[in-house]
Design a protein around this ligand. Structure first.
Ligand code: ATP
Length: 306
């Protein structure tokens, strides 16, 4: 019994950690096959999309009944457009993504895709339609080809290479000793954070989902890497309904809609320009970030002058 308990307990720990961080949810589901907290409703139908408009309607949610996390969250992402969610740490941004992927069910209100409540469709079909680019991609101890193909098992070599090219990682792979057959992961070649994110992007391009969740990395990046991420996001979000969880504000300026969350409530919404004109929380956050950037630039210049 104890022999069975230990691995199960270990899986439970992994499950909780991954679920918390949004990292590689898709991988998690293949490990556990089904989520324990939500189940398909009897008669659940496969999700059918035509553009994939996503709507959060008056959503209320708490992980723990004693502490409500989301209050009357109501917004829609028109088909094929990008909405970014910003807000202080703990405001509930990642929770929105976890709910859209149906890790948990809402307590009140509903989330729907093209008019279908996500509780009424099969979980497998829901997850087929959603691609996630996590903050930190976990690589399998296998070849880089396998790691990309994981987005669509059985994909042809040509499709894998096309996805790698579109994610700007093909040229890098070609420089590796064994090219696409190079072993990566903990026991193989270690890739940098940016390279891993490109693998995640290639995977997602191969999967070709109509809904995308982009979980921006929390760590500060230099402006060159920021720009590279911005360009990749544009590439991958093209014609997809995209939810960007923005931990910094650098990637949101181009979004068609920005939602500002504060303690689980939407307090502002608009575009980068309209929110700056509103003189509210978004503007404060933006100005604080700009000031920080200038400080960093100042200290970098001082170092150079020394
Ligand atoms: P950050 O920018 O720091 O990632 P966030 O805006 O994405 O934050 P969430 O991760 O959505 O915030 O968390 C919102 C709130 O829900 C936080 O107060 C957090 O402590 C709480 N929370 C998150 N996950 C759980 C959980 N599994 N159980 C209980 N509370 C949770």
């Amino acid at each position: 019994m104890i022999q069975l308990y230990i691995p199960l307990n270990f899986l439970g720990v992994i499950y909780r950690e991954i679920k918390q961080s949004l990292a590689d949810m898709e991988r998690l589901f293949s490990l556990l096959e089904q989520n324990r907290e939500v189940a398909d409703s009897p008669g659940a139908q496969p999700l059918r999309t035509h553009g994939a408009r996503v709507a959060f309607s008056h959503v209320e949610f708490s992980y723990d009944p004693k502490r409500q996390i989301l209050f009357d969250v109501d917004f829609a992402i028109p088909a094929g457009t990008t909405t970014a969610v910003v807000g202080h740490s703990g405001s509930g941004k990642s929770t929105l993504a976890r709910l859209l992927f149906r890790f948990y069910d809402v307590n009140k209100g509903a989330i729907s895709i093209d008019g279908q409540d996500i509780r009424s469709v099969t979980q497998a079909s829901l997850r087929e339609h959603i691609g996630i680019v996590p903050q930190d991609t976990v690589l399998f101890n296998d070849t880089i080809e396998y790691n990309i193909a994981y987005g669509r098992p059985g994909a042809s070599r040509e499709d894998i290479i096309a996805a790698a090219r579109a994610a700007s990682i093909h040229d890098f792979i070609e420089t590796l000793p064994d090219g696409y057959a190079t072993m990566v992961g903990e026991r193989g070649l270690k890739l940098s954070g940016g390279e891993k994110q490109r693998v995640a992007i290639a995977r997602t391009l191969l999967k070709n989902p109509d809904i995308l969740i982009f979980d921006e990395a929390t760590s500060a990046l230099d402006s060159k890497s920021e720009q590279a991420i911005q360009e990749q996001l544009k590439e991958i979000a093209k014609n997809r309904t995209t939810l960007v969880i923005a931990h910094r504000l650098s990637t949101v300026a181009d979004a068609q809609q920005i939602i500002v969350l504060d303690h689980g409530r939407i307090v502002e919404r608009g575009t980068h320009q309209s929110l700056l004109a509103e003189d509210g929380l978004y503007k404060q956050m933006w100005e604080r970030q700009q000031a920080r950037k200038e400080e960093e630039l100042g200290s970098a210049l001082e170092v150079e002058e020394e």
